[in-house]
Structure formats: C-alpha cells, structure tokens
Design a protein around this ligand. Structure first.
Ligand code: ATP
Length: 400
C-alpha cells in the first residue's frame, strides 16, 4: 500500500522501514454460495502487508469478515481469489500444518485428560521432537507464561485465565513464525480479560513474533496492536496506528466504530464567516479554525453540505473553561441525563431548540466538576480544533 492511500498512515509502525514482510495478502476475496444459489462475499479484495514482529489487530462488527480472513491465513479456508505469502512464499494449496503458524481460538479446547505438560507438549510430540527438547521447551514456555508450577495439573483444576495461558503455551511452544488469535479472551470475565490483555502485550514484547489478532472489541484492538485494520462488509476501511484511527479516521464508519462513547454526527450546511468557515447544524453553529477552513477550501468535492463529527471528549461544560469563549465556540444545550463516570461525567444533551426531541440527543464527556443537572439548559463548549468533517455521499473524512 502506498503512503498516499488515505486508508493507511504508512508502512511499518516503527522507524525500521527495512523490516521484512511476514505476511502479504493481495486481493484476497472469499465468496460462499448459499443453498439458493446466491453469493455471500465474506471477504472482499483485502490487501494487507504485515511486517515481521508486528502485532496486527483485525477489528470490526460481527460479520465483517475478520474471522474468514484469519482462517484464510491459517489455511483453514481457501480464498476464491487473491494470493497469500507467508515469509515471502506463496502458500496457495498448503495445508495449515505446512504453514509456519500457530492459532489460538476463543474456545481454547484443551485436552481434558492430559496434564498441562501434556497439553503444551502435544504439538511437539506429533512433530516427533526429541524427549529432552520437549521437556526443556515445555518448561521454558510454562515459565514464560507464569504457569511453571502447574505442569502436573489437569485443565479442570485450573482457573479460566490459567487455561487460557495453557492454550497460549501450546501455540508458542513450537516458536512458529506467525501467531493467529481469534477472539482468544472473549470467554474470560471482564477483569481477567484486562489482565490477560496486559499479559499478551508483555508476551509479544518478549517473544516478538508476527501476530494477527481478531476481535470485535475496539479497546483490545487499540491496546494490543502496532497497527489496527478496521473492517466492514468484508472490506478494509483503514489500516493505521491506534492513535491515527482515533485522531484521523479515514471515514465515517471508522469514526463511528472507534471511540467510546461513539462520535456524535450532525448534518450541517456551510457558509463563510469572515475568513473562517461556519457550519450550521439544527440548533447550533460553530465557527471553525483557519487550518480547517483552509483544508475544506482545498477539498475538490461539494462542501455546501457536510457531516460534522464531534467526539464526546471534544465538548466541555463552558462554565469550566478557563478562558473566555468566542461566539461559535459554545451553544446552549438542554441536559437530558447526567452520568457521573468518576474521572468524567457523561451528559446526554439536546440542542436547546430541540429540548423535547430525543432523536436530537448527543453525548458530551465533561470534567467531573460540572454542576449540570438534568432538566436544565447549560452552555456547552466545543474544541473546534478537534472536530471532523465527512463527505455525506462517500463518508470520506475530508480533514484526514
Ligand atoms: P464474527 O465477529 O461474528 O465472528 P466476523 O467478522 O468474523 O464475524 P466472518 O465469520 O468472517 O465475520 O463472516 C463474514 C461473512 O461471511 C458473514 O456474513 C458470514 O455469515 C459469512 N460466512 C462465513 N462463513 C460462511 C460459510 N461457511 N458459508 C456462508 N457464509 C459464511
């Protein structure tokens, strides 16, 4: 992919541009034929370069094609079209076990009658590694994962987190070139998920192998990845570093998918206000900073009508802003709900002229010192340098 492609923020996530390519997906498409003869396109022309040692996360809503993509890399599915190279070699037609990969699934399916030792050793046994090498590798792997003391236990006598570590151990013991993870943490409770997420991060730092990880959880995607691949409807929407998909989403889909609470969207018309651009939504107007004005002026599409995106965290209770605010930086909003979150408070607001209209509601995340109360009208401030503008036809982010 080239640097001019707006869906990517460049090649590798580190300064080391000389790193070898570990995985190359080129125009991968997977179609299924339904019983009634119709075609389902599960993966649609996906191209992706993954560098050696990189941690890539495929994220997107249910049915977007991420698992199918991973299964194609694993060799569990054959693509309808496109090519796949692992370590520079075309692997078309190669069985999963002939690819130098290991996969960790959501359902980690340990062998119940084998001990932890037996489970971790299994991939080496079937490949007929010598006994002493198996012993050393199993112990080293178990120590790495902090389960070195549990080798003689059976899976039923382990906690969920320990079982998941055994499943990881079984994958890493062979030291394959590529790890594939399919929602490996989704069976764990919330607290354990966060703990295992941190451990996976550390493990990747230590082992340093190329990893492709599938999840629908954007927090997992953001925290684990060197680069995030956001998918929708079988297609790649953006490939970029976590910070970039948040700060410069390529399009409206990515903008709405990444970020919690999600970005608010408002249809707007535009007009000049002195030498600045002004956007008018139903119930408020904002005057945009010079840099944004210039970028919109340079856009070659129609800019009369746009879609404005404002993240909840780009709002603040105007009463808490230390400097005096200019016209076009604040507007009056009716407070429908106040949700104190601890560090912040989330407000469900409606532009004041639409106080009775639930459909006009948007979310603002403000400082927890706010005195906003449900049923009142407050002045809400917008950091206009943080706004996003999308082409309403194509969804493209015209500021990214
Ligand atoms: P989830 O998070 O729900 O697992 P996903 O993003 O991993 O979703 P896939 O499992 O890759 O999505 O499925 C992509 C699309 O392909 C879906 O519409 C799915 O119904 C369809 N699909 C997947 N496997 C098959 C199959 N064997 N036959 C027909 N359609 C399939």
């Amino acid at each position: 992919m080239s640097d001019t492609d707006h869906t990517t923020d460049g090649a590798a996530p580190t300064a080391d541009e000389d790193r070898a390519l570990s995985l190359e997906l080129d125009g991968i498409t997977k179609e299924y034929t339904e019983d009634d003869g119709s075609t389902v396109v599960a993966v649609d022309d996906v191209s992706l370069d993954v560098y050696e040692g990189e941690f890539i996360v495929l994220v997107g809503p249910s049915g977007c094609g991420k698992t199918t993509t991973l299964r194609i890399v694993a060799g569990l599915e054959q693509p309808t079209r496109g090519s796949l190279r692992i370590g520079g070699e075309d692997v078309a037609g190669r069985e999963p076990r002939e690819r130098d990969i290991a996969m960790v699934f959501q359902n980690y399916a340990l062998y119940p009658h084998k001990t932890v030792r037996g489970n971790i050793a299994f991939p080496l046994k079937i490949r007929k590694y010598p006994d002493d090498e198996i012993e050393t590798r199993v112990q080293d792997t178990a120590d790495l994962l902090g389960i070195g003391e549990l080798l003689d236990r059976h899976p039923a006598d382990l906690s969920g987190g320990q079982q998941q570590r055994v499943a990881l151990g079984r994958a890493i013991v062979r030291d394959p070139a590529v790890f594939l993870f399919d929602e490996p943490l989704s069976n764990l409770d919330a607290k354990l998920r966060i703990q295992m997420r941190t451990e996976l991060n550390k493990l990747h730092d230590r082992v340093g192998r190329t990893s492709v990880y599938v999840t629908h959880d954007q927090v997992e995607a953001m925290t684990l990845s060197d680069r995030v691949v956001v998918m929708n409807d079988g297609t790649v929407q953006q490939v970029a570093r976590p910070k970039t998909v948040y700060q410069q989403p390529a399009n409206r889909f990515v903008a709405g998918f990444i970020g919690e609470p999600p970005m608010n969207f408002f249809p707007v018309t535009t007009s000049p206000e002195g030498d600045r651009l002004r956007v008018d939504a139903d119930g408020f107007s904002l005057v945009l900073p010079p840099e944004i004005t210039d970028t919109v002026a340079a856009w070659d599409g129609d800019t009369d009508r746009l879609e404005l995106g404002i993240r909840p965290e780009a709002f603040e209770d105007a009463a808490l802003v230390e400097r005096s605010l200019a016209a076009g930086e604040t507007f009056p909003a009716y407070v429908a709900v106040v949700e104190p979150m601890g560090p912040n408070t989330d407000l469900a607001l409606r532009p004041d002229n639409r106080a009775d209209d639930e459909a006009a509601e948007f979310t603002a995340r403000v400082a927890n010192e706010t005195d906003a109360a449900a049923g009142e009208t407050i002045e809400i401030a917008v950091d206009t340098t943080e706004i996003h503008l999308f082409d309403p036809e194509t969804g493209e982010n015209i500021l990214a």
